[in-house]
Design a protein around this ligand. Sequence first.
Ligand SMILES: [Zn+2]
Length: 348
Amino acid sequence: MLMKFLRVLIKKDITKAYFQNSGDLILCDFPSERKIKSFKRQIFILIDLFGFRINWHFLKAKAFLIKGDFPIIFDQKPYYGDFLIVRRGFKFDVINIVLMKDYLIGVLEAEVNPSFHFETLKAQAVVSRSYAYYKIFSRKDTLYDIDATRLDQIYEGTKYKNFKIVEAVKKTEGIFLFKKRKIFPGFFSACCGGVTEKAQNVWENLNISSCSVICPFCKDSPCFSWRIKISIEEFESKLKKFGFYIKVKGIYPISFTDTGRVDVLKIKSKNDEKYIRATTLREILGFDILKSTFFSIKILGDEIFIEGRGWGHGVGLCQWGANKMAKKGYNFLEIIKFYFPKCYLLKL
Ligand SMILES: [Zn+2]
């Protein structure tokens, strides 16, 4: 039996939060869901050394629920689902317990270009659904299933503003990506840069393998190729924030993945050298600055020049490529089959 609800970690380790809706917000015990108290339209939560303060009322609890008419606004975003608040020391986490359908609509709103073809949106709905269920089954022991950030899939509540997205989720309901009788996490990135990456090249400890395909469909996309330059001074200061103290004299990719992306780089100073993974370098420089690990790098004078292809890790569905396929007349099933050739689709 497939779970209809998903527990999404929205915020981690915070000390205050504000929720509002247009009716009553009801505080309930967790896990019994017994009503504790209700408040009109807004709840302000603070945590101190003694416990929670809810609209200045003291609440001694490890965790509690917030229910009420949807949408519930949190962090200026509308959510369709209850909230679970969990204390962790003197901070707390905010988890949204949401219907899969509302979650998927929110993910598509945040992750896909809304002007994309309907078949692209349907393909995205299938891969995102498969990814979410994969997370439910692989993370059973904690209080949440999935992260609302790029660590998993970006989810910023559900706005219900795009009819095409709502329809794409509805029309593909119950369709999943499978591999060897298990739901397969539908990885995706904005643009693969011409060849998709293998999952095992990006996440060594995930124990998931996928194959790479040559993608001829994304080369006209705005993120197919890019170039950036950054001063050595700025580069060094960004490295420093991550604990790499080095006066940079040279940067050399020393190993590549079998799809041609940079795996490890050597950073040289006058009499020292450090090694860094290209995926870590993306985190250090910013995922939207060093858009992928598919790049070449050189130093000229006191500046570093990086030229690259694609946007994102490149594993699985290439969104811009998928959109080109849809425009050429491929349907969402054919698009998914192209990017996940060893997987099959099942309707449950
Ligand atoms: Zn592509």
